[in-house]
Design a protein around this ligand. Structure first.
Ligand code: SAM
Ligand code: SF4
Length: 322
């Protein structure tokens, strides 16, 4: 373990592509993104090299994200490669779920540890409105396939729009029926997220408590991150809150991020990055470790979402990976 890794910086969030098969209104710019040329994207071998050095420094958990990770060709192969790195205890994925049913068998075989499916509503028309694609039933098939395969499955929800009452109620029903954690994430003022109405976790918890007065807080952490969990008697799964804005959890933040073109990002809120692509293409293992240490040391005290003028990140969430 290295110094700031003392703070248990053990979670590496890696974007494997900047491309996506959806266009969620709070994540993707209105005019779409200009895709990075293929030569700019790290190869599987390069991602593996960076992860191997990160693991040597104490990194344990890897999350693959995007854009949409399942649109990256042969992604199960990368998962299997990462699973074999000594010290890596879990490789998980955050996906929109559209291609999940198709990939489920290969993902199970690859050794994927868990899947987070992003789903903001249970209304097919609202889903199409948010994401620009009529793909709600495909996501539900993916969710069902994941549960049936015995994969640890979580649903990540960002509530947006004027009326979210039906959304949160119906999403909760997934945790009632299945052993799936449903986690509500506060909308972050990054890219298009700045322009939309979001809901605080505190507000939502109160609404849920009004409906389910028996809901109880859980002491147990379920995943890699800062979600706080609750359980409703009779439910198969739990309810989580990731209060990215209002519940400032920076002091326990355990992650760094790497974009598809190999830029290491110490904090979501700031645009500063360190160029790992250059190092992995021209340097040694020691150079990679040295840059990772610098990125960990560069982690700021906390985010600045409350002071929007200080947010220096100008990219959209689709190219950051969430
Ligand atoms: N395409 C994959 C997916 O949708 O799960 C992975 C990438 S996506 C950028 C990762 C996560 O970021 C999703 O759960 C999405 O809902 C979330 N996200 C995107 N924009 C956001 C924003 N402005 N605030 C909060 N979460 C956001
Ligand atoms: Fe694509 Fe995920 Fe962003 Fe939606 S949230 S546009 S699915 S990257």
């Amino acid at each position: 373990m290295i110094d700031n890794f003392q703070r248990e910086i053990d979670y590496f969030r890696i974007s494997v592509t900047d491309r996506c098969n959806l266009r969620c209104s709070y994540c993707m710019p209105e005019k779409g993104v200009r895709w990075l040329p293929a030569s700019e994207i790290l190869t599987f071998e390069e991602i593996w090299q960076v992860c191997r050095e990160a693991a040597a420094l104490g990194m344990k958990k890897i999350k693959l994200t995007g854009g949409e990770p399942l649109v990256r060709k042969d992604i199960p192969k990368l998962i299997a490669m990462l699973r074999e790195i000594p010290g890596i205890t879990s490789v998980t994925m955050t996906t929109n779920g559209v291609l999940l049913a198709e990939y489920m068998d290969a993902l199970v075989k690859s050794g994927l540890s868990a899947v987070n499916i992003s789903l903001d509503t249970m209304d097919a028309a609202k889903y199409a409105q948010i994401t620009g694609r009529d793909a709600f039933s495909q996501v539900m098939e993916g969710l069902e396939a994941s549960v049936e395969a015995g994969m640890t499955t979580r649903v990540n929800t960002v509530l947006t729009g004027e009326d979210v009452e039906e959304d949160w109620r119906k999403l909760l029903s997934l945790a009632e029926k299945w052993p799936v954690d449903v986690r509500f994430i506060e909308l972050m003022p990054i890219g298009m997220g700045k322009k939309q109405k979001g809901y605080s976790g505190e507000w939502l918890l109160q609404r849920i408590k009004d409906e389910y007065p028996d809901i109880r807080g859980e002491a147990l952490r379920h995943g890699n991150g800062p979600a706080v969990y609750y359980h409703i008697p009779g439910f198969a799964g739990s309810i989580g809150f990731i209060n990215a804005i209002h519940g400032k959890f920076c002091s326990s933040c355990n992650r760094i991020r790497m974009s598809a073109d190999g830029q290491i990002k110490p904090c979501l809120c700031y645009g500063d990055t360190l160029d790992m692509k250059r190092v992995v293409r021209n340097g040694t293992g020691e150079n990679i470790r040295s840059l990772l240490k610098k990125a960990v040391e560069a982690k700021p005290q906390g985010h600045c979402f409350h002071q929007k003028e200080k947010i220096s990140e100008t990219k959209e969430m689709v190219s950051i990976g969430g």
